[in-house]
Ligand binder design. Structure first.
Ligand code: CP
Length: 313
């Protein structure tokens, strides 16, 4: 392991907007080296023995929550999950009070998911533990952005110079925001397309190119990333019906024919099969959706390792 601890000085993981290209490179390098641990028969190293990690999720999650828990356990940290449906939040305790009470038990890391953008930053101002953002409102989902970068780098051998199309509800997608920031920082071209009502004003400021049509977006790209359609928003006047969405914004074989022949198909999950992505494509050889999930564990092991001091521990 290179001496990364000296060069990675972040205490929190709030968003990829806070990370330099060198820091992202370090995270990907460490994640790459940790992948091997998950392939062993005994999938455990003592690196974070005695450290305490709390998962505080105010929104549902399958992949992120389990992946952080597995990552922490593979590094021998003690992990605890708080289900907000059975916690004292139900009795009216404020978020800050909950966090302060958790902090009073001396955890090293609190991983938080919340529907309100900025919640992880708010917590980082009030408590001593490191905070990792596991998705905050429409802001960022940094560990998802990092695992997507790792997956593309692994499959394509590089990120610099690649063309990446992100299709769907850009406005509400924290995954899209972290990926636009991450891929742009690493030297890729990021193109976006979606319903006009769901392309936020000023998104080009993050470095993305807004395309006039879905065909323009996917033309000759190396990566096509479909975003989850947020079914809870289908009652908003912002979106057509599911069927119309699938017709106009769903990724299908015709569109993949316009991308590079070996283009990767990505999706952060959970997938609405037949809506944002044709089911055959989700299971095709071009799909790296399950590789994304596998790489999520390695990226989260790397984040825990680095914010807890890397090789200085
Ligand atoms: N990709 C992702 O964040 O999935 P979960 O909502 O299941 O954590």
């Amino acid at each position: 392991m290179m001496n990364v601890g000296q060069r990675f000085l972040q205490k929190h993981v709030l968003g990829l907007e806070d990370f330099s290209r060198e820091e992202i490179d370090i995270i990907l390098h460490v994640a790459d080296s940790f992948k091997e641990i998950s392939g062993r028969q005994i999938k455990k190293v003592p690196t974070l023995r005695g450290r305490t990690v709390i998962n505080l999720f105010y929104e549902p999650s399958t992949r992120t929550r389990l992946s952080f828990e597995i990552a922490a356990k593979r590094m021998s940290a003690d992990t605890f999950n708080i289900s907000t449906s059975t916690s004292s939040t139900k009795k009216g305790e404020t978020l800050i009070d909950t966090a302060r009470n958790l902090a009073a038990m001396n955890p090293d890391v609190i991983i938080v998911r919340h529907s309100c953008s900025g919640t992880p930053k708010l917590l980082s101002n009030h408590i001593d533990a490191s905070i990792i953002n596991a998705g905050d409102g429409t802001h960022e989902h940094p560990s998802q952005g990092l695992l997507d970068l790792l997956t593309v780098r692994e499959k394509k051998g590089k990120i610099e110079g690649l063309k990446v199309a992100i299709i769907g509800d850009i406005a509400h997608s924290r995954v899209a925001h972290s990926n636009i920031i991450g891929f742009t920082k690493m030297g890729a071209q990021v193109r976006i397309f979606g319903p006009a009502t769901l392309i936020p004003a000023g998104i080009e400021d993050l470095g993305a190119i807004c395309c006039p049509s879905i065909e323009d977006a996917v033309d000759d790209v190396d990566v096509v990333m479909a975003l989850r359609i947020q079914q809870e928003r289908l009652h908003d006047p912002l979106l057509p019906s599911l069927r119309e969405y699938a017709n106009y914004f769903g990724i299908n074989r015709r569109l993949m024919g316009l991308a590079k022949k070996d283009a990767l198909i990505m999706h952060p999950g959970p997938i609405n099969r037949g809506v944002e992505l044709e089911p055959l494509l989700a299971d095709s050889e071009q799909s790296v959706i399950l590789d994304q999930v596998t790489n999520g564990v390695a990226v989260r092991m790397a984040l825990l390792y680095l914010i807890l001091g890397g090789d200085k521990t």
